[in-house]
Design a protein around this ligand. Structure first.
Ligand SMILES: C[S@@+](CC[C@H](N)C(=O)[O-])C[C@H]1O[C@@H](n2cnc3c(N)ncnc32)[C@H](O)[C@@H]1O
Length: 290
């Protein structure tokens, strides 16, 4: 049985609904929490500090915010965001749309949003890739988030964000195996060419380097589309193994250099067969976000 204790002052943000935290099973019925839920809440609250200024920036431009959260899972993040920001500062037309493939999670989130009277929250049972062309989503959105969205779902979320001309893209990538697989497959060929291929010769290094280079390519992909990219840590490593936080802001920056570098790295590492993942697949080269 997990040991529980009463939340410390710093565990809960001012104004945060204890009832919501109970509904999300972060707090027990008698208001206690265990180590797992403390860690989860710390992560989400920490992430909120990064997102709040982005929401405020969108609001300076227009009042109705549209945020799409990919791979929403149980939608902890969406509900807490709604509770802390949308409920208090959001306009009537602001909304959070959760995208999730698991039916039971979508149904539960819908029921919870109804119970909590969070009218601006909705959920779609769709894959991220399906959402790109879904008729149920608006033409443009302000903020796209994808937190620990599995494997290549993060890449699909980037394509979604580019197509929807998102001003902000917030990613906490999960492990991505695809790049490591291609590196592994091409090892024999690549090893002959360049001493630097030692970086991914050993299987453990192939996996880790594959994961690192995936995020490097994602950053360059976003920069090649005019975004300014910041990479930081979500929380200390002791709380989560996957703690890289990528925040991209559309600034219409020059695209040539990041595009060249992106293509160079893809060629250098022999990743041409999956190069399309990191290209401007939606031909959205010259968009200006809403
Ligand atoms: C590790 S959970 C993360 C949940 C939540 N974002 C969080 O950080 O707590 C990943 C979720 O993404 C969903 N998922 C995985 N691949 C997906 C895809 N291609 N499209 C939509 N959802 C996906 C899974 O069903 C799962 O609920």
């Amino acid at each position: 049985m997990k040991t529980t204790s009463m939340p410390e002052k710093h565990d809960i943000k001012p104004g945060q609904s204890l009832d919501l935290l109970k509904e999300l099973h972060i707090l027990t019925r008698d208001g206690r929490m265990n180590q797992d839920s403390r860690r989860k809440l710390k992560q989400v609250n920490h992430l909120y500090q990064f997102i709040e200024p982005l929401l405020q920036e969108v609001q300076q431009d227009h009042s109705d915010i549209c945020l799409v959260d990919h791979g929403a899972g149980k939608s902890y993040f969406g509900f807490i965001l709604y509770d802390l920001f949308f409920k208090q500062h959001g306009s009537g037309g602001s909304r959070i749309i959760g995208i999730e493939t698991r039916d039971e999670l979508v149904e539960k989130s819908r029921a919870l949003a109804e119970r909590l009277k969070f009218p601006g929250m909705s959920f779609l049972k769709q894959s991220v890739a399906e959402a790109i062309d879904s008729e149920f989503l608006p033409e443009t959105v302000d903020i796209v988030t994808a937190l620990h969205a599995c494997n290549t779902a993060t890449d699909d979320a980037i394509r979604f964000a580019l197509k929807k001309q998102a001003k902000f893209i917030v990613l906490v990538p999960c492990c991505q195996a695809e790049v490591a697989e291609v590196l592994k497959k091409n090892k024999g060929k690549a090893l002959a060419k360049n001493t630097l291929t030692e970086i991914w010769r050993h299987p453990l290094h192939t996996r880790d380097f594959g994961s690192l280079i995936t995020n490097v390519l994602r950053c360059l992909q976003l920069e090649s589309q005019g975004y300014q990219v910041n990479v930081t840590e979500l929380v200390g490593w002791e709380h989560s193994m996957k703690n890289e936080l990528i925040i991209a802001t559309f600034k219409d920056l020059p695209r040539r250099r990041p595009t060249e570098r992106l293509n160079e790295i893809i060629q250098l590492l022999g990743l041409e067969e999956i190069g399309w993942r990191f290209s401007a697949a939606n031909d959205s080269n010259n968009f200006i976000p809403q």
